[in-house]
Design a protein around this ligand. Structure first.
Ligand SMILES: NC(=O)c1ccc[n+]([C@@H]2O[C@H](COP(=O)([O-])OP(=O)(O)OC[C@H]3O[C@@H](n4cnc5c(N)ncnc54)[C@H](OP(=O)(O)O)[C@@H]3O)[C@@H](O)[C@H]2O)c1
Length: 321
């Protein structure tokens, strides 16, 4: 608790945000909560909400925003960032912006131009983190492509050398793909962004990455907690007795307990919200800490069930799941 409190205090002084940071393997630091802006799985929410959501998030103390070329919202993210800078809430260097390379830009020569396009939409000179969104490659019509992600990674290394991305990493890579990338590259990925939540706890892949010094960002952090209430969706939900008991102990709600569970595992959760109050709740996580027993108890919800399992890609080379 003492260590977390001191770190949080240090971070508040240096970065002005609410979330502490963890060290990446390339010397940079990553704030441990990011605002998610991808809206696809959250009910195809309107893109216009993104600009305000980003502004409210920065106002509430977020310093890390997650977007991707394929979300189609980099422009709105850039507008929210620009609004916050204009109102002197933050300086650019206090923010950590993550975006991602889509599957149809995997050719080595396409990576830097794709990043330059993202930067133009964001209105930025650099991103803090650029990720290969999926290990699979596709042609522009969406059909399978056999570009090897090792070639794509060479383009990512060029982006880093040019200073267009401070850190580079991957998303949706499995352990075998991580090992092959690490064994065959100059620059080790700083991050693997994967789905982690109480119904998909991913202990083996998370430990594998962390043992290699690769930070793990946790997407769809709520799993089936608050949305996706189909009849066969696995627990927990917000009214789950275990989560309610833990939440009452700390004066928090079930969503905050799930996010703190991820933070206490050393992960970087990416909660998506476009609601001002929920955006603020989702970063109000740093005045308490779960016990090891509570982390283990929440881990018992694991069913190895994914929220995100793209259909139709199973036969593509390098399908990761
Ligand atoms: N790398 C990848 O392949 C990948 C894949 C999926 C997602 N992602 C990233 O991860 C982010 C989050 O994932 P996600 O959007 O799938 O799921 P999520 O963040 O787990 O869930 C989002 C849903 O939870 C609701 N919500 C947020 N905070 C809440 C709270 N405190 N209480 C109750 N409900 C709450 C949101 O509604 P409101 O907006 O109404 O609050 C929204 O419907 C994405 O936005 C994206 O940035 C990456």
């Amino acid at each position: 608790m003492w260590r977390v409190a001191v770190l949080a205090c240090f971070v508040t002084m240096v970065f002005g945000g609410k979330a502490p940071t963890i060290d990446l393997n390339d010397g940079h630091k990553i704030p441990v909560v990011a605002l998610g802006t991808g809206r696809g799985t959250a009910g195809a929410a309107p893109i216009d909400e993104v600009r305000d959501a980003v502004f409210w998030a920065i106002e509430a103390g977020y310093r890390h925003i997650d977007t991707a070329a394929v979300y189609g919202d980099e422009e709105q993210v850039g507008q929210g960032v620009a609004d916050a800078i204009k109102k002197s809430l933050v300086k650019r260097e206090e923010l950590f912006i993550t975006t991602k390379l889509w599957n149809d830009k995997h050719a080595r020569a396409s990576v830097v131009p794709a990043l330059r396009e993202s930067l133009a939409r964001l209105g930025l000179d650099y991103v803090d983190l650029y990720l290969i969104h999926f290990p699979i490659a596709a042609k522009s019509d969406g059909s399978p492509d056999d570009t090897d992600y090792l070639d794509t990674w060479k383009g990512m290394e060029e982006a880093k050398e040019l200073g267009l991305a401070r850190s580079i990493g991957v998303s949706n890579f499995n352990a075998t793909q991580i090992d092959r990338l690490v064994a065959n590259s100059k620059v080790k990925p700083a991050v693997n962004q994967i789905e982690v939540n109480p119904t998909l706890t991913q202990e083996p892949l998370v430990s594998h990455c962390q043992d290699l010094g690769i930070a793990v960002m946790a997407y769809s952090p709520f799993g089936f907690l608050v949305t996706r209430k189909t009849a066969d969706a696995p627990p927990p939900r917000v009214d789950d007795p275990t989560l309610v008991r833990i939440a009452q102990k700390y004066g928090k709600n079930a969503a905050q307990i799930v996010l703190r569970y991820l933070v206490d595992r050393g992960l970087v959760p990416i909660p998506k919200s476009a609601n001002k109050d929920r955006i603020a709740q989702n970063i109000d996580l740093f005045d308490f800490e779960l016990t090891k027993e509570e982390v283990a108890e929440i881990g018992k919800f694991n069913k190895n069930v994914r929220v995100i399992h793209p259909t139709g890609w199973e036969k593509y080379p390098n399908y990761p799941f």
